[in-house]
Design a protein around this ligand. Structure first.
Ligand code: FMN
Length: 190
C-alpha cells in the first residue's frame, strides 16, 4: 500500500502524531512518504496514493494557517485540472484519514470537529473516501497559554499527546490499513 502522510504543525504536537503514523505504516509494510506541508511548498498529486493521512493543530476551530493555505492551493490546482466533478464520484481504492490535535479549551471536542471536516472535504470533493477521522488532545505549548491545559473542557491535558495517545494512534493506523487491505474495502466502492 502506498501512503502519503501530510501534516502541518506549529508547535510540534501534530508532528508527534504524524511521526507515529509513519512508524505504524512502515511496520505494516507500506511504502510511506511523510511531508510537513507548512515547510515544503509542494504541489502534490493527492490521487496517486492508496491512503493519505492529513493532520493539523486546531486554531479557532479550524486547521492552522499553513494547512489552510496549502488546502487552498491544492483546491485551485484540482479545479484547474477539472478533477472536481459534480457529485464527486468515488475513486475506487482511494482513501484518506484526517485528524487533528487540539486542546478544546472552550467547547471541548466540538472545537476539533470543524477542523477535521474542513480537511476531509478536500478529499471528499476529489472522490477520495474519508475512511477515518481522529481528534487527539494536544496541550498548549506556549507558556502564556499553558494555564488552559488544566482549566478547559477536556480537563487536564498536560503532556498530551502522551505515550498512551500515541499507542492508540499506532493501533488505529494499523487497524485502518488492515481494513483497507481487505478486498471488500475496494469492491464496495466499485
Ligand atoms: C495560539 C493558539 C491558539 C489555539 N487555539 C485553539 C483553539 O481554538 N481550539 C483548540 O481546540 N485548540 C487550540 N489550540 C491548541 C492547539 O490546537 C493544540 O495545542 C495542538 O496540539 C497544536 O498542534 P501543533 O503544535 O501541531 O500545531 C491553540 C494553540 C495555540 C498555540
Amino acid at each position: 500500500m502506498n501512503i502519503l502522510n501530510l501534516y502541518a504543525s506549529l508547535n510540534g504536537q501534530t508532528e508527534k502524531v504524524a511521526l507515529e503514523i509513519e512508524r505504524a505504516c512502515a511496520d505494516a509494510g507500506c511504502d510511506v512518504k511523510t511531508i510537513n506541508v507548512g515547510k515544503q511548498d509542494l504541489e502534490l498529486d493527492l490521487l496517486r496514493n492508496d491512503l493519505t493521512f492529513m493532520g493539523s493543530g486546531v486554531y479557532t476551530w479550524l486547521p492552522g494557517k499553513r494547512m489552510l493555505k496549502w488546502i487552498d492551493r491544492q483546491l485551485a490546482s484540482a479545479r484547474d485540472r477539472n478533477l472536481i466533478l459534480p457529485g464527486s464520484p468515488r475513486l475506487p481504492g482511494k482513501f484518506a484519514c484526517v485528524y487533528c490535535t487540539y486542546a478544546g479549551p472552550h467547547t471541548g471536542e466540538a472545537e476539533a470537529t470543524p477542523a477535521i471536516k474542513y480537511m476531509g472535504q478536500l478529499f471528499d470533493h476529489l472522490g477520495v473516501t474519508v475512511a477515518d477521522e481522529w481528534a487527539i488532545p494536544g496541550a498548549f505549548v506556549p507558556e502564556n497559554k499553558r494555564h488552559l491545559n488544566t482549566s478547559g473542557r477536556l480537563g487536564n491535558i498536560e503532556g498530551r499527546p502522551n505515550e498512551h495517545d500515541l499507542m492508540q494512534v499506532r493501533e488505529r493506523a494499523r487497524g485502518l490499513i488492515e481494513s483497507l487491505r481487505s478486498p471488500a474495502a475496494n469492491e464496495s466502492l466499485r
